[in-house]
Design a protein around this ligand. Structure first.
Ligand SMILES: *Cc1c(COP(=O)(O)O)cnc(C)c1O
Length: 391
């Protein structure tokens, strides 16, 4: 059997171990301490935000952001439908109701027109949404200029889910720095990893200060343990932060490597009829966390996404359909949805390809050859013609 090619696996840079050793040698193994402070400093500097809080997960960061915005039971929070469930779950943790918004076709992210329609409609129904959560799916920035303009007009705070988009920018401005708060993830499959972890970014010191407070069990500043609020255990450990420091040193390289994957796939596969890979809108820079393609069986000689995935699997190559939109998920059945059909189509036709920064040239060629072969497969009717000629 050929060796396994993963969708996106961890890729250490070399100096992670050095920082981990530093944590061990100084016995800073507990959460907090110099490794965590240094990692937060790195994150804020890289994204050009003023403050960062390193946390145990991106999901936890979103949860705290919603809590700080005062989201409560029965409130409504607007969220992109085409995303991973972690964008929406924290809304449910608080007993609030997600209002899902469909995608636009240029970035596959939150459609600004539907966002505006939803805000007006919810307000007409008597409830002003408490927050807006756009997502930069697969690293491609959402249309933040338009989304921020609408959010500002209606004075609704934006929490940017940049979990997949560290290293992505619009006109040089980092994703995660557009909204009131930004969320990052360092889960094992993300562009850099701390083995598990997340962060909250903001230019507003109060939010970051409060996030750190809530993330350490909301302990008041007294000699004994005093609590006026419900707290959480969401802080990042020193060991994880040490890994993160090493990963930050190679982040730009990782972005380059993933962008290179995309370029190779694009060059080799977009020549096939019925295959599309997403271009970057002008000024948009994607970290290309995952390379994806859309397969239109009506134009691809009847070759479906399922067939391409099945052939890859036979050769021990991992692929995955695009994320299933939240408005189609059984768990969110009954949630409000403002749609145009785009995310459902994407889910039907889209496939995520192996995209790790540690893929070798041979790995990438194996993926490309496999897909090219599936796409060049003659139609049944063609085969029939050939057989006839030979008779
Ligand atoms: C990974 C991810 C998250 C959650 O991050 P964790 O660190 O795994 O909790 C949230 N949103 C999106 C879009 C993600 O891809």
């Amino acid at each position: 059997m050929s060796s396994k090619i993963w969708l996106s696996s961890p890729h250490m840079g070399g100096s992670e171990q050095k920082y981990v050793n530093e944590a061990f040698e100084t016995n800073w193994i507990a959460p907090l301490g110099p490794q965590v402070n240094a990692f937060e400093h790195d994150l804020a500097r890289y994204t050009d935000t003023k403050y960062a809080a390193a946390l145990s997960s991106g999901t936890g960061a979103l949860h705290l952001a919603l809590i700080m915005l005062g989201v409560q039971r029965g409130d409504e929070v607007i969220c992109q439908s085409m995303t991973f469930s972690a964008s929406a779950n924290p809304i449910a943790y608080l007993g609030a109701n997600p209002i899902f918004i469909d995608s636009e076709k240029d970035t596959w992210n939150m459609c600004p027109d539907l966002l505006l329609e939803a805000i007006k409609d919810r307000m007409a129904k008597g409830k002003k949404p408490k927050a807006i959560i756009p997502v930069h799916l697969y690293g491609m920035p959402a249309q933040m200029e338009k989304i921020m303009a609408i959010a500002n007009e209606y004075e609704i705070p934006v929490i940017e889910d940049a979990a997949e988009a560290l290293g992505s920018t619009i006109n040089g401005k980092a994703m995660g720095s557009f909204g009131l708060m930004g969320v990052l993830s360092f889960n094992g499959n993300k562009i850099i990893t701390t083995s598990g972890g997340g962060a909250l970014l903001s230019n507003n010191e109060d939010y970051i200060h409060k996030a750190k407070f809530l993330a350490t069990q909301a302990r008041e500043n007294t000699p004994h343990y005093e609590h006026n609020e419900i707290g959480y255990n969401y802080r990042m450990s020193s060991v994880c932060a040490a890994i993160g420091r090493g990963q930050m040193e190679v982040l730009d390289e990782r972005v380059e490597q993933r962008r290179n994957n995309f370029q190779l796939y694009n060059r080799a596969l977009s020549i096939f009829e019925g295959i599309t890979l997403m271009e970057e809108p002008a000024g948009y820079y994607s970290n290309r966390w995952l390379s994806t393609l859309l397969i239109d069986p009506e134009k691809s000689n009847g070759v479906t996404r399922e067939l391409v995935a099945a052939e890859l699997a036979i050769d021990n190559i991992e692929s995955r359909p695009l994320w299933k939109p939240m408005h189609m998920q059984p768990v969110f059945k009954g949630s409000a949805f403002y749609g145009n059909g785009i995310s459902a189509q994407l889910f039907e036709k889209g496939l995520c390809l192996p995209s790790g920064s540690n893929l070798s040239a041979e790995d990438l060629q194996r993926v490309i050859d496999n897909i090219s072969k599936t796409l060049s497969r003659p139609k049944k009717s063609d085969q029939f013609t050939v057989v006839n000629d030979e008779c």
